[in-house]
Design a protein around this ligand. Structure first.
Ligand code: HSE
Length: 300
C-alpha cells in the first residue's frame, strides 16, 4: 500500500498570471492498495459530487500516464481523501492531475522525473501555475520555453503565512478565463512585467514589504471583480488590516492575503467582514506554505 500527498496551491499571486504559484499546507491524499479488484472510494471534507467510477479525474489521469509509458493498467483499490475545496481557486483540479500522475508513476517504478510529470500535468491542465507548486512546493515560477515548462522555485520556505478566504460560491475557471479580453494594452503588459519582477525580488530577498506593490495586477483582477462582488474592497481590507499583500487566488473566488508569521486573526476577520457587506458568506483559513510538494511513500 502507498500514499501520495498533494498540496493545495494558489496561482497568479496577483500579476503573475499563469506563471506564479505557491503551495499551501492543505492536502488531498491518494491511498493505493495494489493487487485488489478495482474500486474507488472518496473520503474527507470535499467528497460530495465527485465520481467514484472510471470517470474520476484522478483515475483518468493515472490511466493516461500508464498509456503514455506503455504500462499495463493494474488492478487497484483507491481512496481519495479530499481536503482541498473544489472549484474555489485553490488548485483542486491540479491536485487531482498531479496526484494521479505521481501515483501512477510510483506504481510503475518511478520511470519519470518531476520535470517529465510537470510537462504531462501542464498538457492536461492547460496552464502550469498550479501544477508546478503542487509538484515542487514553495513559491514557483513556470516559464514556457520551446522545450516545455521550465520550473523555478523562487522560495522553498518563505517566512510568511497565507490567509485564504473561501466564499461559499463556486467559480468555474473556464468562465473566469472567458471574461478576460484576448488582448491587453501595452501599458498594462508593462505594469505586470515590472510587478512580477518586483514580486520575484521580494521572495528571493525575503523583503516582504515589497509584496504590497508587487502583488498589484492589471491583467485579470479588476476584470474578474464583475464575477466576485466585493473582490477589490476585500483585497484592500486585508492590506488595511496589516497583510503584506493580497490577491485573487487563481481564478477565484478564493481571496489570498500573505501575512507575517506572527499574524493574528485581524486580516481574516477584516476580509470576512467586507465580504459579508457584499452578501457573501465565506470561511477563512490560516495556512503555512508547503515546502515539499507532492510526496509518494509506502505506508503500512
Ligand atoms: N492562472 C489561472 C487563471 C489560474 O487565473 O485563470 C487558474 O487556476
Amino acid at each position: 500500500m502507498f500514499q501520495v500527498k498533494v498540496p493545495a496551491t494558489t496561482a497568479n499571486l496577483g500579476p503573475g498570471f499563469d506563471c506564479l504559484g505557491m503551495a499551501l499546507q492543505l492536502y488531498n491524499t491518494i491511498t493505493v492498495k495494489t493487487d485488489r479488484s478495482f474500486h474507488i472510494s472518496l473520503a474527507g471534507t470535499y467528497k460530495e459530487g465527485l465520481p467514484e467510477d472510471e470517470s474520476n479525474l484522478v483515475w483518468r489521469t493515472m490511466c493516461h500516464f500508464w498509456d503514455f509509458i506503455h504500462f499495463p493498467v493494474p488492478s487497484v483499490d483507491l481512496t481519495f481523501h479530499n481536503e482541498i475545496p473544489p472549484a474555489r481557486g485553490l488548485g483542486s483540479s491540479s491536485a487531482a492531475i498531479v496526484g494521479g500522475l505521481a501515483a501512477a508513476n510510483f506504481l510503475a517504478g518511478s520511470p519519470c522525473s518531476s520535470f517529465e510529470l510537470l510537462q504531462l500535468a501542464n498538457e492536461i491542465e492547460g496552464h502550469p501555475d498550479n501544477v508546478t507548486p503542487a509538484l515542487y512546493g514553495g513559491v514557483t515560477l513556470s516559464v514556457p520555453t520551446e522545450k516545455g515548462v521550465l520550473p523555478r522555485v523562487l522560495a522553498q520556505a518563505p517566512k510568511l503565512k497565507a490567509v485564504v478566504v473561501i466564499p461559499d460560491t463556486h467559480l468555474n475557471t473556464k468562465k473566469a478565463r472567458g471574461i478576460l479580453p484576448p488582448e491587453v494594452p501595452r501599458q498594462d503588459a508593462v505594469f505586470n512585467i515590472s510587478h512580477v519582477s518586483l514580486l520575484t525580488e521580494a521572495f528571493i530577498r525575503e523583503e516582504y514589504s515589497l509584496l504590497k506593490e508587487g502583488m498589484c495586477d492589471k491583467l485579470h483582477q479588476t476584470q474578474r471583480a464583475a464575477l466576485i462582488p466585493g473582490l477589490l474592497e476585500t483585497l484592500e481590507a486585508a492590506l488595511q488590516a496589516g497583510a503584506y499583500g493580497s490577491a485573487l487566488s487563481g481564478s477565484g473566488p478564493t481571496l489570498l492575503a500573505l501575512v507575517p508569521n506572527t499574524s493574528n486573526l485581524e486580516v481574516s476577520s477584516s476580509m470576512l467582514d467586507m465580504l459579508r457587506k457584499h452578501d457573501i458568506n465565506a470561511q477563512a483559513m490560516l495556512l503555512d506554505v508547503d515546502s515539499k510538494g507532492t510526496l509518494a511513500d509506502v505506508v503500512d
